[in-house]
Write a protein that binds this ligand. Structure first.
Ligand code: SAH
Length: 542
């Protein structure tokens, strides 16, 4: 059977605002995949669907899991709040499909189901602020360089758009909304109406009407949409209203109209329009000056002041704004080798040079240094480090091998096997990070048995441990599942286990959980022996 992906926008959050098609789509699916909070919001709609919910910034694994199950013939609903095509999952699902060479005619079926986006739901609570040309700008710079976001705010300010700011602020991202306000104050009056809507149509809904000048005096967070009016938006009786322009031709307070219907579209009655034969103004400032709105007057005035203050204002000639240099944070792990634990002084110098003034070098519990640095050229950095003899590994949800130092190389018999595992599997993307501990003798003093997968070399053969729980109060070692695996078989056995987990693990599911769920990996059986921890009464009383 051909699988299907239903990418569903379920609106702001209340049941009344979920479309009929979205409800049916969720109910007719085999799987529902979404961000935990959103799955919670729609849980009353669910019947017997299998749920896969993951945390924030797990969108990519959600999209990949959705595609995987659809390819197995399942109907999979991927849910987004608001509209799935507005900073939602729709684009990402297509991007994952594109990477796999998907074609509409032959691949899994895809249906994108529209929902009410925050710009619409929030505006309805404010009055009618988005009556005219408007735009949405997300202030999240996790995936978009801040220089580009700034340029868009400048452009929207200059273009007099009503703006809905999505993702305006979070615990860590607090400066973006402050800078956005500063930019807009260059183009708009401090009294410009602003609406702050938190959790529209959810239990904790909260609406604030304020102004551009005072907007930061109120609480703005992850669940807020900030709607900034244009130069003609006004407040009336606690409503935020943007006029459409009817007053240019109509009188709204009398039934008698100045212009008869047949006169309304005549050029002389629309002197502001672009008519046949009329020469178009090329210069944006001239264009603005042809109008008499406050923004136009402000633009004209600014043109006359050629002051320092305005040097970073939007202008086609300003290369800093037109082409921002894009740097991003590059992260990777470096170590001297799989078995080798010794850095040379020269390697440390190279590491310091790579980190530069702004990078950081973090010593981790995994026998490696985590390097984070801002760069526009990651390839140059990796070349420099590889040339210094470093072993480089990506970080995140990938396969990593943690070997011992084989008694400083004395017990070197199994090192080639550890290196071969690293060559075949190192850096492989997985549902969750997975560490394989590899120790060169039965002492296992580097704790291989405590990792997700443990391998111990003993009497010329390998012992295998699976499903260590490496963190938490209920941490426990892996289960011994095989003794005496022949060296010729080892790497294939490990590859089989890791690939099976890659294929069938749910996003974010740690290896020990996967092993427990499926009970058998590559023929190795799980034993249900969860350790019971009994707490002793505290000696100092309750
Ligand atoms: N796809 C969603 C947007 C996701 S981005 C949509 O179309 O609405 C997340 C941002 O959307 C939040 O930071 C907030 O700015 C906005 N948002 C989503 N739901 C909201 C709601 N119910 N009330 C207010 N803002 C909301």
């Amino acid at each position: 059977m051909r699988g299907k992906l239903l990418v569903v926008g379920f609106g702001p959050g209340s049941f009344e605002h979920i479309t009929k098609r979205a409800q049916v789509a969720i109910q007719e699916s085999d799987y529902v995949i979404g961000y935990k909070t959103y799955v919670e919001l729609i849980k009353d709609l669910l019947t017997d669907q299998e749920i896969i919910s993951t945390g924030m910034s797990e969108e990519v694994s959600r999209a990949q899991a959705a595609v995987k199950y659809a390819e197995k013939g399942k109907k999979v609903a991927v849910i987004s709040s608001g509209d799935a095509g507005v900073y939602g999952m729709a684009g990402l699902v297509y991007e994952v499909l594109v990477e796999k060479g998907w074609k509409e005619a032959t691949g899994v079926e895809v249906e994108i189901i529209p929902g009410i986006s925050a710009i619409n739901s929030c505006s309805s609570l404010l009055g009618a602020p988005v009556m005219h040309d408007a735009c949405t700008i997300s202030l999240s710079d996790h995936l978009t360089p801040w220089a580009i976001i700034k340029k868009r705010i400048e452009a929207a300010g200059f273009g007099d758009f009503v703006i809905a700011f999505y993702n305006p602020k979070s615990g860590k991202r607090t400066r973006q909304i402050v800078e956005a306000q500063q930019i807009l104050l260059k183009y708009r009056s401090p009294d410009t109406p602003v609406g702050l809507v938190k959790s529209a149509y959810r239990d904790s809904q909260h609406v604030v009407m304020t102004t551009l000048q005072h907007m930061l005096d109120f609480d703005i967070g992850m669940l807020t949409t900030v709607v900034v009016g244009n130069s003609s938006t006004f407040f009336y009786d606690n409503k935020m209203i943007t006029p459409r322009g009817y007053q240019r031709k109509y009188t709204l307070n009398t039934e008698d109209q100045r212009l008869r219907p047949h006169e309304r579209l005549r050029p002389e009655n629309e002197p502001w329009a672009l008519h046949e034969g009329k020469k178009e103004n090329q210069n944006p400032a001239d264009l603005a000056a042809a109008d008499s709105t406050p923004i136009a007057l402000a633009m004209e005035a600014l043109q006359k002041i050629d002051g320092e203050e305005n040097k970073d204002k939007l202008s086609i000639d300003n290369p800093a704004i037109a082409q921002p240099a894009v740097e991003s944070i590059f992260e990777l792990a470096v170590s001297p080798g799989v078995a080798n634990k010794k850095f040379t002084p020269k390697q440390l110098l190279v590491l310091a040079e790579a980190a530069g003034e702004n990078g950081t070098m973090e010593y981790t519990p995994h026998h490696q240094i985590l390097l984070r640095l801002p760069t526009a050229d990651p390839d140059a950095i990796t070349k420099m480090l590889a040339d210094a003899g470093f072993l480089l590994s990506p970080i995140g949800d990938v396969f990593q091998i943690k070997a011992c130092d084989f008694c400083e190389g004395d017990k070197k018999d199994s090192i080639p096997h550890a290196e071969e595992i690293h060559r075949r599997l190192g850096g492989l993307d997985l549902p969750k990070e997975l560490k394989l501990g590899f120790n060169g003798c039965g002492m296992a003093c580097y704790g291989a048995v405590n990792e997700d997968i443990g391998i111990v070399f003993r009497k010329g053969m390998f012992d295998l441990f699976l499903g260590g729980k490496t963190v938490g109060r209920t941490a426990h070692p892996g289960q011994p599942v095989a003794e005496g695996i022949h060296p010729d078989k080892l790497v294939d056995v490990i590859e089989g286990i890791v690939k099976e987990y890659k294929e069938n693990g749910h996003p974010n599911e740690r290896f020990y959980k996967y092993f427990k769920r499926v009970q058998q990996v590559q023929g190795f059986k799980h034993k249900d022996i969860t350790p019971v921890i009994e707490l002793e009464p505290a000696p100092c009383g309750e």
